[in-house]
Design a protein around this ligand. Structure first.
Ligand code: UFG
Length: 349
């Protein structure tokens, strides 16, 4: 398959040509949420790998300028059943990647209705569009938040799923729908349960209109846009009392999506690096990478946060052939820092 040169190659990332874990042939891929943080970088990576991409996004969270100019763009909302049915039927994609969703743990605790309506009910319109449009493969952006507070670590796919927030519950419900659509309609699926997506490519990065995520908020202090960052909870049962998360580079996440498109790949996969970092360790890493002091203030716990989430991703490595390239927190923060320095105000729209 002919490949375009990777847009991220100038980052100094160590992609050896020919080493990319790619789907075997070029496909037409329909990407919902392709203007959002994770979606936009998956779109870029798909295009770099020679695939054709149609982005469907309502721009409520995403940015028009985050959509790679090589992709076709449709502005639309998954709540509009006719629009999504027509968009899929008229484009005839072989695969759908479904990123469009609300994804904030804290917000889901105060507005559960938003999460169940958008992440579940609106998603059903997309599933129906996939079936009617004869789509072969559905790749779903799921989350480790479907597990709740795990009994053992690292977290493998075998653990029970008991979400502790409506966000995780909404994603778990959708995972279950996928099983039935496969069984009853033959729609093959892969659900990828991300741990904490972070980092950037050269061109695209993390810009939420209201930023709640740890790394971009900490880097705002390094950029001089905030006086201090906040630590939510210092009394967790973890070595330094702050929450521990498994951060995964956005480009490694994108590669997993491409592998998931291959025929015969099917099921549920946890995606992380198997290494946990506390909030305090993330702040220290950001200080080291940016070379700036980053003062932090201690705040109470944020509702809905599990103390520790660390992935066991051996299944993805064995079955998808996934090979994370940027596993260290330093590499992840370095790429985020480069992007935020180049785009201190994020996207213009
Ligand atoms: N945190 C702070 N200060 C901040 C922001 C976050 O201390 O300013 C803490 C949080 O309380 C949490 C940790 O940093 O303990 C990570 O928080 P994020 O908001 O960056 O990420 P979450 O773990 O809450 O959630 C993210 C995604 C979800 C996904 C989840 C999987 O937003 O969609 O990772 O772990 F499900």
């Amino acid at each position: 398959m002919k490949r375009n040169p990777p847009a991220s190659s100038k980052l100094g990332f160590a992609w050896a040509k020919g080493d990319w874990p790619l789907a075997c042939r070029a496909m037409k891929v329909f990407v919902t949420g392709g203007a959002g943080y994770i979606g936009s970088i998956c779109v870029e990576q798909l295009l770099d790998a020679g695939h054709t991409v149609v982005v469907f996004d309502n721009l409520s969270e995403g940015h028009r300028s985050a959509v790679d100019e090589r992709a076709m763009f449709i502005e639309g909302c998954l709540s509009d059943r006719e629009t999504i049915l027509n968009a899929v039927a008229s484009n005839q994609p072989e695969a759908i990647m479904h990123f469009a969703a609300n994804a904030l743990v804290g917000e889901s605790m105060t507005n559960p209705s938003k999460y169940f309506r958008n992440n579940v009910a609106n998603g059903i319109n997309l599933l129906d569009a996939a079936v009617e449009g004869g789509v072969r493969k559905f790749v779903f952006s799921s989350t480790c938040a479907t597990f709740g507070v795990p009994e053992t670590m690292p977290m493998t796919e075998a653990l029970p799923q008991n979400p502790i927030n409506p966000y995780g519950e909404s994603k778990l419900i959708f995972e279950k729908l996928l099983r039935w659509y496969q069984e009853l309609h033959g729609l093959e699926f892969v659900a990828l349960r991300y741990f904490n997506a972070a980092g950037a490519s050269e061109k695209f990065g993390e810009h939420h209109r209201i930023e709640t995520h740890l790394i971009p908020n900490v880097l705002k202090v390094a950029l001089g846009q905030a006086k201090e960052c906040k630590i939510f909870g210092t009394d967790y049962p973890t070595p330094d009392g702050t929450c521990v998360r498994d951060y995964i580079h956005i480009i490694d996440l994108a590669q997993a999506h491409m592998l998931a498109m291959e025929p015969g790949k099917n099921g549920y996969y946890n995606l992380g690096n198997g290494e946990g970092y506390s909030v305090r360790q993330v702040i220290e890493t950001c200080e080291r990478v940016s070379g700036k002091p980053i003062p932090a203030i201690e705040e109470p716990r944020r509702p809905g946060d599990p103390p520790r989430l660390v992935a066991g991703a051996q299944k993805a490595i064995d079955e998808l052939g996934w090979k994370p390239q940027f596993a260290s927190l330093d590499q992840i923060v370095e790429s985020a820092w480069r992007w935020h320095q180049a785009n201190p105000n994020g996207y213009p729209d």
